[in-house]
Design a protein around this ligand. Sequence first.
Ligand SMILES: [Mg+2]
Length: 215
Amino acid sequence: MKEKLNDYKNWIFDWSGTLVDDLTMVLDATNHVLQVYEKPLLTRQEFKERFRLPYTGFYEEVLPGVPLDEVEDHFRAGFANSATSGVISPLLPHAEDFLEFLGTRGARMFILSSMDAQAFDGHAEELGVDHYFEACYAGVLDKREQIHAILKKHDLASENTVFLGDMTHDIETAQHGGVASVALLTGYQSREQLLAVFPDYLVHDLAQLKEMLST
Ligand SMILES: [Mg+2]
């Protein structure tokens, strides 16, 4: 049986769809990549249904045979274009409040994200939330391959640690690392998709999670 939510001291967050509302930019950047290879563009709904992590699998499906570094270069360009054209990716509602709340409880906080490392660094700073995190791991293709190293490096006991994310890969990463999992419905995947991988907790948003911690 998992510890109760209130007992978790170490909180590892996914970034996109968990703390930040960046779906518009990620969709723009993905469609930029597809456009380069003259593939049909994805609607928001199609993207949510088809995109998955590790994104290697997604790109093998939509752009078979294209080398990943080439895809990533085009993605970065698309992401930058989206920013230049004025699209912004704000913090999700309740994100800062939740980080502040955990901070006052003395929680240790970390980021584990597949988002391009350079894009992530600038963004967390710009949003003014980088100071909450003891360490950030971005640009991680397969989070399952990193979770044990992170637990070890920061001396995080698995029974005191929880990983929060909006995608099935996040829940599978938590399970692989032997830590508790929280699935959030603020991001890229649906309740049905997330329930299929059996998260320990499933919440609408961080406000609901804060309420669960406060009681
Ligand atoms: Mg995410």
